[in-house]
Design a protein around this ligand. Structure first.
Ligand SMILES: [Mg+2]
Length: 369
């Protein structure tokens, strides 16, 4: 990354809320609203950079209160501070965000937003393509069918099919009999669409394989199965991965892989056949590191998100565009948010991102209270 010098004059961290279209329900809990911690940095030249921490307490154990406190402390340390190398500053501040990677993600986002704005380039150009890859500036996200009733699954599948989505990620793991009906209903409504299942740790290895057998008998085979078993159950992951080798279904770690060390373990042990990377699990720079490692080992990758607004989702889209190594895009949370925070200039109503012709920085400037 290019070094750019600037002085931070103003730094503000604040909670910003937005209502959801529908509760975002998964096997381990749910979001009823978006309540994220945002960071705005302004340089003495008047250049602003924005960051967002999407706190998913039921997934990561982080809290909004601790994230706000960490970002306020970082903001206080940054006021009046000269930065000569934004990437180095990100690494320096990482130690202040132990166990709070969403907070670190917000800080990195804001510093890299400023860095790319000052260079007059879109954020994605800060990230060189991963091994033997090129920038990928246009791609579509999947869309999530959250845990709910059969009628809710049907209605969502119809609505999103009409909007133009072609890959459905169905949350499962709370009620197997209902899950089976929901998956088959989505298949019936969108027979040509790609199918992804995310169990959010809701199964054992044996039950997961039995569930997939039942789906298989109905001709429903997912392209990818995300986190079937608890995050520490590496043996269970490996058993499912071995059983599904060559089946056309990838087994993807999400909750099990938060760091570069986790990713190395998952790859070295052959425990999974894909990894879901999220800036809120690993922050931006470590996410890029995980992506480079996995890409160099030929491992397929998903880029995912927590309950993030357009700012953070668009930052992730830049990460994907720059690295060019993601096979599955799961950046759909703005479709669950109402109002201004759902709007990205690079994302259309069918879930397609297009960063060709993108302006400087991330390109999203949320309104602060
Ligand atoms: Mg997941």
């Amino acid at each position: 990354m290019q070094k750019v010098s600037f002085v931070i004059e103003e730094a503000v961290a604040a909670i910003i809320r937005a209502p959801l279209v529908t509760p975002f329900r998964i096997a381990t809990g749910q979001h009823d609203e978006l309540a994220n911690v945002f960071l705005r940095l302004r340089t003495t030249d008047g250049v602003c950079g924005y960051g967002e921490a999407a706190v998913a307490t039921h997934i990561t154990g982080e809290t909004v209160a601790a994230t706000l406190a960490n970002l306020q402390a970082a903001a206080a340390a940054l006021r009046g501070r000269g930065i000569d190398d934004p990437e180095e500053a990100c690494r320096e501040f990482a130690a202040r965000f132990e166990g709070n990677h969403s907070g670190l993600a917000a800080l990195e986002m804001a510093l890299l937003d400023i860095s790319s704005r000052m260079q007059g380039i879109p954020l994605y150009r800060l990230f060189a393509p991963a091994a033997a890859k090129e920038n990928v500036l246009s791609f579509a996200t999947d869309i999530t069918i959250v845990i709910g009733s059969l009628d809710e699954a049907r209605a969502a599948a119809r609505q999103f099919t009409d909007q133009g989505f072609t890959v459905f990620k169905i949350k499962v793991g709370l009620d197997e009999e209902l899950d089976l009906k929901r998956v088959l209903a989505v298949r019936e409504i969108a027979p040509a669409s790609g199918l992804i299942l995310d169990a959010n740790m809701g199964f054992s290895a044996g039950r997961m394989l039995a569930f997939l057998d039942r789906l298989d008998r109905h001709g429903a085979r997912p392209l990818l199965l995300e986190q079937p078993v608890p995050k520490q159950d590496w043996d269970g992951l490996a058993a499912i991965t071995a059983a599904l080798a060559g089946s056309g279904t990838l087994v993807c770690a999400d909750e099990s892989v938060g760091s570069l060390a986790d990713a190395r373990r998952a790859i070295d042990n052959g425990a999974v056949s894909a990894i879901n990377i999220k800036s809120m699990k690993s922050a931006l720079l470590e996410s890029a590191g995980i992506a480079r490692l996995a890409a160099s080992r030929g491992m397929p990758l998903m880029l995912g998100a927590m309950m993030e607004s357009a700012l953070s989702i668009t930052a992730s889209a830049h990460l994907a565009a720059g690295l060019g190594c993601f096979d599955f895009m799961d950046l759909d949370t703005t479709f669950f948010i109402r109002g201004e925070l759902a709007r990205s200039p690079y994302l259309d109503g069918s879930g397609r991102f297009d960063l060709q012709g993108a302006g400087p920085g991330i390109g999203v400037e949320p309104e602060f209270p």
